[in-house]
Design a protein around this ligand. Structure first.
Ligand code: HEC
Ligand code: HEC
Ligand code: HEC
Ligand code: HEC
Ligand code: HEC
Length: 183
């Protein structure tokens, strides 16, 4: 099953590869005007490591307590600093006590924490979180086991290619109409 999935994915990716090539040539092989794509493994520059594990696995905080808009909008949302302060006004931390001190300094200065974005689809693609959440697709199906395996999010756990989307849409009988994903 896993193997079959991989083969289909490889085929679609290969087919798209040539499209991408043509497109890349069309604008001189550069993509300067596009917004920066999500960083790949090792390229992220976060202000400090945010460990999902003590929040998700240990304290059983629901994903949507922090990623508050996943159920009702296109983006899942990144928690505002006020959400952190609800607890870290009191919770000091141990191993990362310095980072907790930093969080409080951001708060005193009235600045948001400048998180680097990890996952981002191409500009011409529409990805609605709410449709997936309401269809019962789990966060972990797409983002992996955030909390245990990948406590500090620092790599794209899946490729965000068209083949990846289509494969699941085929399996779960969701739409494969070009216009649902492309503007
Ligand atoms: C206490 C708040 C909190 C909880 C609970 C939480 N997260 Fe996060 N999450 C964050 C913060 C802060 C970031 C930004 C830092 C980072 O990317 O490492 C983040 C980043 C992410 C990202 C990457 C976002 C991007 O930049 O593309 C994903 C995916 C994610 N979380 C999924 C989850 C899932 C799934 C759960 C539940 C199992 C969860 N989170 C629970 C606070 C939280
Ligand atoms: C519902 C309460 C709650 C919220 C909301 C919350 N945290 Fe935490 N956080 C905790 C608890 C409890 C721990 C574990 C503390 C410990 O082990 O000493 C923790 C641990 C941490 C740690 C590791 C501390 C250490 O020394 O190991 C960091 C960093 C952190 N949180 C950052 C954040 C950030 C950033 C936010 C906002 C996006 C946030 N937390 C939101 C409760 C919360
Ligand atoms: C069907 C796959 C899928 C599911 C299910 C899913 N995500 Fe995502 N997630 C993505 C994709 C794709 C992106 C990039 C979207 C974009 O660039 O517009 C993303 C981006 C994010 C981000 C980046 C910031 C933002 O505002 O979107 C966070 C945080 C996140 N997801 C958290 C979650 C949480 C929490 C859940 C479960 C409630 C979840 N995701 C369910 C695929 C998924
Ligand atoms: C793990 C499975 C899975 C993955 C991966 C996935 N989707 Fe979906 N998608 C679904 C399901 C299930 C639905 C809900 C269908 C429904 O509501 O009837 C859906 C619905 C949608 C819809 C709404 C379709 C409509 O009929 O209006 C869009 C748009 C969409 N997905 C885009 C994407 C994009 C873009 C990606 C890749 C970046 C992606 N999806 C990856 C399972 C997935
Ligand atoms: C379920 C969502 C989904 C559907 C349906 C879909 N696409 Fe895509 N498509 C994507 C995603 C995601 C990408 C971005 C791939 C990347 O960035 O690697 C993409 C990229 C592309 C590209 C650009 C190639 C590239 O590498 O950037 C073309 C051209 C394209 N799609 C055409 C189509 C056509 C034609 C259809 C209908 C037959 C279609 N797509 C249906 C999600 C979808």
């Amino acid at each position: 099953m896993k193997k079959q999935l991989f083969i289909t994915l490889a085929a679609v990716t290969a087919a798209l590869g040539s499209l991408a090539f043509v497109q890349a040539q069309g604008n001189g092989g550069q993509a300067e005007n596009q917004e920066a794509p999500a960083a790949q493994a090792g390229e992220l520059v976060q202000p400090f490591d945010f460990p999902h594990e003590p929040h998700v696995a240990v304290n059983q905080i629901d994903c949507q307590y922090c990623h508050f808009s996943a159920e009702r909008s296109r983006s899942a949302g990144v928690p505002p600093l006020a959400t952190c302060m609800g607890c870290h006004t009191y919770v000091d931390g141990e191993a990362q006590a310095e980072d907790i001190a930093q969080i409080r300094q951001f708060w005193e200065r009235g600045e948001p924490i400048p998180w680097d974005r990890v996952y981002r689809v191409a500009d011409h693609v529409y990805f609605p979180h709410m449709r997936h959440v309401s269809a019962g697709v789990e966060c972990a199906d797409c983002h992996g086991d955030v909390g245990e395996d990948i406590s500090v999010i620092q790599q794209v756990n899946q490729p965000l290619t068209m083949g990846w989307c289509l494969n699941c849409h085929l399996e779960m009988d969701a739409s494969r109409d070009c216009t649902v994903c492309h503007y």
